[in-house]
Write a protein that binds this ligand. Structure first.
Ligand code: FAD
Ligand code: NAG
Ligand code: NAG
Ligand code: NAG
Ligand code: NAG
Ligand code: NAG
Ligand code: NAG
Ligand code: NAG
Length: 627
């Protein structure tokens, strides 16, 4: 009765405040009654000093005596209102030996699934198969059996804080590996784990516009939005377009905006103007390792507010919602062109030309990157792809993306770049840059997993502006492309100035001086590689990265799009923030409920895998201690 009345009040309040879905159900918390019904979901009480002695060496695994019974799992299921799933890998439908075998479903998986949102609505899929252990690859007539591999055993399909609290408490109290998955985009396995309970945040989709949000102490006063942690970029854009506001989000519209993206940094075409995704956040609602629901903002739980904005996902807590800045509407104008090293020479100028001289191609390549500084200083984003097409053909794709400019302004802005390219013998010309309202992005809401590796580098301005280091970096990029790798450059400058309030955040300080983030993609598929071949491929990738690292002293790597085996990853991913983040981790999660590879404090644990590819298909154990 009371509940119904409150719901009605909340709905009316939400309508009165404007658009959006109601947060009332999503904000429901775990009650004493719930805990009374099922003790295994009680909040943490042990003082931190007691923990070291009582915890066993490994997290419990299915088959262990201490693994919860079916009855206990079903009690947990009741506590989360029936939202507990026990999903099998989607490709199990292709395996004759699996009870899930289904030829039609397998055909759909092989031919159509990645052209739909199928994988985003799947509770376990992550976007690189090797991180799962390659134990259930889709194929027409696969050999072997499909096993769960690095995918979780149970998944809580969360739509409320209460369910997240129950899952965190249960995992901590019963010593079970806990993972968090949102869209699954993160590609090195921080969103999966064998023998785990997973919190799936994908359906935390609430949204509410706050036209007049006030930060206490008056540091921010203006429009904002409270968003659920499961919202994908396309959904944030759609809301923003409707409201005539701007919310920053990843260019790839299926990426989750308020889970891994903000907690790992989060870049976008607006980064040189408004900073990173983490810089948009004014307040965070999260469930911490003790199971409590907290608010973190510049005045409350400041340590968590710092850590959750760029210190990495899956480390400090489960974000359930955040309040982010809503900027005025802005247009994004893009000038695109392509030049290809090939066998026939383009005589007509155009936005896509072919040239035959190798030196000219690489001169053009360097000329484009030189324009990176000009672009970021004008508030823009220079998107490039250097792609080896065949042994003798290479393509350079370029997009100069300028927020807030009209097509006429962008045409004038790229003119000096085009003139330089024309002068050296690349007849590129752009007739008309395209423009869209930034929030009106219409990328495909589809996709599927791959099976490759890549490595990232953040280029500090000082290195980029040194002719010697710049030339060395360009030579390294060229060597990589000629060696068969894709080189994806993104020039942007998410400085503290662009970030504005509240600025100080857990993101790698290298980002503040950076003028480019680049990824080197290895197209070698790890689907059928032997462990030795996979290891050799990684050694080779690392060898191509080494000169790039050497040419960018003081640089780092973007942890959200990086190599899991990045050398000295603590320094590369977190820079000078690492020690502070580690202190916060130890204070807030002495139980080490949250664990994912190459995250703050993860050094204490290791996944014991059957092969050398560092997948999540194995038991999670402490590096040392009693067995
Ligand atoms: C095709 C593609 C395009 C991309 N484009 C961009 C881009 O334009 N800009 C950019 O910055 N990045 C980009 N990325 C990288 C992307 O930011 C990361 O993969 C990011 O981690 C995805 O976050 P997610 O929440 O969607 O996915 P997930 O893989 O589900 O989660 C990522 C990590 O965050 C943790 N996490 C998720 N939700 C929560 C939560 N609520 N609380 C705590 N931890 C959580 C997970 O445990 C995991 O460790 C791209 C990736 C891909 C594959
Ligand atoms: C949890 O409960 C729901 C509803 O009763 C049921 O449909 C579902 O199968 C249960 N989950 C598990 C893992 O048993
Ligand atoms: C896949 O899509 C095509 C058209 O795009 C359709 O004709 C076909 O029936 C689909 N197949 C499956 C298995 O869904
Ligand atoms: C697959 O599973 C079946 C029955 O569970 C077993 O007999 C067979 O040996 C397994 N095959 C492989 C390749 O592991
Ligand atoms: C997860 O929960 C949402 C919201 O209740 C529901 O729409 C969806 O079908 C569920 N997904 C699965 C795989 O059970
Ligand atoms: C959208 O907002 C801008 C500035 O905030 C304003 O100038 C414009 O009139 C608005 N457009 C609509 C359709 O409301
Ligand atoms: C933004 O782009 C739209 C077309 O997509 C155009 O109608 C509008 O005038 C542009 N706004 C500005 C300020 O340039
Ligand atoms: C959004 O884009 C579509 C075309 O993709 C266009 O028809 C529509 O007018 C655009 N809306 C706004 C507000 O710019």
């Amino acid at each position: 009765m009371v509940l119904t009345f409150l719901t009605v009040v909340a709905v009316i309040a939400s309508i009165a405040e404007g658009l959006g879905f109601d947060f009332f159900d999503a904000d429901l918390q775990l009650t004493e009654q719930d805990i009374h019904n099922f003790k295994a979901i009680e909040f943490a009480s042990a003082p931190a000093s007691e923990i070291e002695k009582t915890n066993p060496r490994c997290k419990n695994f299915p088959g262990d005596g201490a693994w919860p019974t079916e009855t206990e799992w079903s009690q947990l299921n009741s506590s989360v209102g029936g939202a507990l799933l026990k999903p099998v890998p989607p490709a199990s439908v292709c395996y004759h030996s699996s009870p899930a075998f289904n030829e039609a479903a397998c055909n759909f998986l092989l031919n159509n699934a990645s052209r739909t949102s199928f994988y985003f609505d799947d509770p376990v899929t992550i976007f690189n198969y090797w991180a799962q252990g390659n134990t259930c690859l889709p194929a027409e007539n696969p050999t072997g059996n499909c096993t769960q591999g690095g995918y979780p055993v149970y998944v809580v399909n969360a739509t409320s804080v209460k369910q997240v609290q129950a899952a965190v408490n249960f995992a901590r109290n019963r010593n079970i590996r806990l993972v968090i998955k949102n869209t699954g985009h993160e590609s090195v396995g921080r969103n999966a784990g064998a023998g785990s309970l997973s919190i799936w945040t994908h359906h935390l989709k609430t949204f509410k516009f706050l036209p007049d949000y006030k930060q206490p102490e008056g540091n921010y006063h203006g429009p904002a939005a409270r968003v659920g942690a499961g919202l994908q970029a396309w959904e944030a854009f759609r809301q923003a377009l409707k409201l005539n506001i701007t919310l920053t989000a990843a260019s790839c519209v299926t990426v989750g905006s308020y889970g891994g993206w903000i907690s790992g940094g989060g870049h976008s075409p607006l980064s040189s103007k408004f900073g990173l995704g983490a810089d948009q956040v004014l307040s965070i609602q999260a469930v911490t390792a003790d199971g409590r629901y907290i608010t973190a903002d510049p005045q409350t739980n400041q340590d968590m507010f710092f850590a959750l904005r760029g210190g990495g996902g899956s480390t400090f807590g489960v974000i359930t919602s955040v309040i982010v800045k809503a900027h005025p509407p802005i247009n994004l104008t893009i000038a695109s062109f392509t030049f290809t090293l090939g066998s026939s020479l383009s005589t007509e100028p155009g936005p896509s030309v072919t040239i035959t001289d190798k030196d000219t191609f690489w001169k053009g390549f360097n000329t484009v990157f030189q324009f990176g500084i000009t672009t970021v200083d004008a508030g823009g984003y220079l998107w490039t792809f250097g792609i080896p097409i065949t042994d003798v053909s290479i393509q350079m794709q370029v997009q100069v993306q300028m927020p807030g400019q009209t097509p006429t302004e962008t045409a004038a802005f790229v003119k000096p770049l085009l003139t330089s390219l024309n002068t050296i013998g690349i007849p590129v010309a752009i007739t008309n840059p395209t423009t869209i309202v930034y929030s009106n992005q219409t990328g495909p809401i589809s996709g599927g997993p791959g099976n490759g590796r890549f490595a990232s580098r953040l280029f500090p301005r000082r290195a980029y502006q040194s002719p010697t280091l710049f030339n060395a970096a360009m030579a390294a990029a060229r060597a990589a492309i000629e060696g068969g790798y894709l080189f994806h450059g993104l020039n942007m400058a998410p400085t503290l100035r662009a970030a504005g309030f509240p600025a100080s955040a857990g993101v790698n300080p290298v980002w503040r001086e950076a003028v480019m983030h680049a990824d080197m993609f290895d197209p070698t598929s790890l689907s059928s590689a032997t462990p030795a071949e996979a290891e050799a491929a990684h050694t080779r990738l690392n060898a191509f990265m080494a000169p790039l690292r050497a040419a960018t002293p003081g640089g780092g790597a973007y942890l959200n799009e990086a190599d899991l085996e990045e050398p000295n990853w603590q320094q590369s991913f977190f820079g000078t923030n690492y020690e502070r983040l580690l202190q916060i981790k130890r204070l807030r999660d002495p139980w080490q409920v949250f664990w994912a590879p190459a995250t703050v404090g993860s050094e204490d644990w290791i996944v014991t895998t059957p092969n050398q590819v560092p997948s999540q298909n194995g038991r999670l154990c402490r590096v040392s201690g009693e067995s």
